[in-house]
Design a protein around this ligand. Sequence first.
Ligand SMILES: Cc1cc2nc3c(=O)[nH]c(=O)nc-3n(C[C@H](O)[C@H](O)[C@H](O)COP(=O)(O)OP(=O)(O)OC[C@H]3O[C@@H](n4cnc5c(N)ncnc54)[C@H](O)[C@@H]3O)c2cc1C
Ligand code: SF4
Ligand code: SF4
Length: 351
Amino acid sequence: MGKDNVVVLGGGIAGLTSALELAESGSQVFLVEKEAEVGGYAGKYCCKAQENCQKCGACFVAQVIDDVINHPNISVFNGLNIDSFQSTEGGFKANFVNDRGEKSGFDANAVVVATGFKPFDAEERQEYGYKVYNGIYTALDLDEMVREKGSFVDAFSNNPEKIAFIQCVGSRSDYPKQDYCCRVGCMYAVRMASMIREELPEAAIDIYYMDLQNFGKGFMEYKNDCITDKNINFILGRPAKTYFHPVSKKVILKHESPAEGQPNELEYDLVFLSIGSQPGEDTENIAEIFNLELNEDSFFESADSLNPGATSQKGIFVAGACTGPRDIAASMQQAKAVSLSVIDYLKKQAG
Ligand SMILES: Cc1cc2nc3c(=O)[nH]c(=O)nc-3n(C[C@H](O)[C@H](O)[C@H](O)COP(=O)(O)OP(=O)(O)OC[C@H]3O[C@@H](n4cnc5c(N)ncnc54)[C@H](O)[C@@H]3O)c2cc1C
Ligand code: SF4
Ligand code: SF4
């Protein structure tokens, strides 16, 4: 009997992890990524280690990419978009098209959809002045700029003295309707604040939060260390708006403390918006092509918790952040569990 073929759609950390697990089990994997590079968002983050590793997970990606590219059972295809999908006698046929209109197709016994998420577009929260005022960035901008320049002070060379993070931007809110938690913003903001503290021992660093989500192991201890050892301030309450002061050239942040009930105006050199995640931009199109259901937050629905990643369509599985917000470690863990469901499915199909 020949090898089973599996198409993995999406080359982020979830798709890469899934591809590797399936290839290790003996399947022939076609990993199809629509962009020119694999890695997804996790491949864009900077290292936050100073003296110690801060366990952000970003460096897992390079190792997994290396393993995938060198695996004899995996073929990686970049720059392809899914065009159509049919059931065949032996399984499925997935057809793709590139940006020159050239078509290609793969026969598959199973498909793993791992097409990820879209970061919240901070311009939608106009009250925070993103892309309108100087000094306001998203956490994703911060990650990418530090990664490109090599350090925070090289990325932001204007000697900032006061820095703020605003949590839950585009998450846990009624407008735009997105009431779920992003599950990563608290942890990444604390890691980034810690990274900045190492480089700028004298700067004031304030984190404005509504609630702190304890998703990562040891998060509360880490946060308490940040307060006591690193002098990072946690301030309760989501700021109402920001504006740019034309004379001082600083960002002014309007904030009302829930305890004091008095509106305050505070000046900052830099404000970082801790954005959450939304369903990936191709989600609806892919749902239509594969006849998949979406959950109440418009991510892919996974039908059976005892059979991770299974969908309402036999042989089609979903993995990673396309099923809902999760961090890199959780995406990898879930993608491994999904691969076990696929292996089980393939065994049953083989009889
Ligand atoms: C601002 C921000 C900061 C974060 N920081 C951290 C952090 O420090 N640590 C941490 O653990 N987690 C962090 N996360 C979460 C982390 O980004 C995710 O856990 C991770 O990226 C999920 O991986 P994924 O493969 O599921 O999705 P993605 O990273 O979105 O990858 C999906 C891949 O699929 C491709 N794709 C999409 N559509 C198609 C299609 N139609 N056909 C083919 N390919 C397609 C995409 O191009 C992409 O390569 C952060 C999230 C945000 C929003
Ligand atoms: S886990 Fe994050 S902080 Fe630690 S070494 Fe890797 S990239 Fe750097
Ligand atoms: S993880 Fe933190 S920042 Fe993200 S939505 Fe939840 S509470 Fe807000």
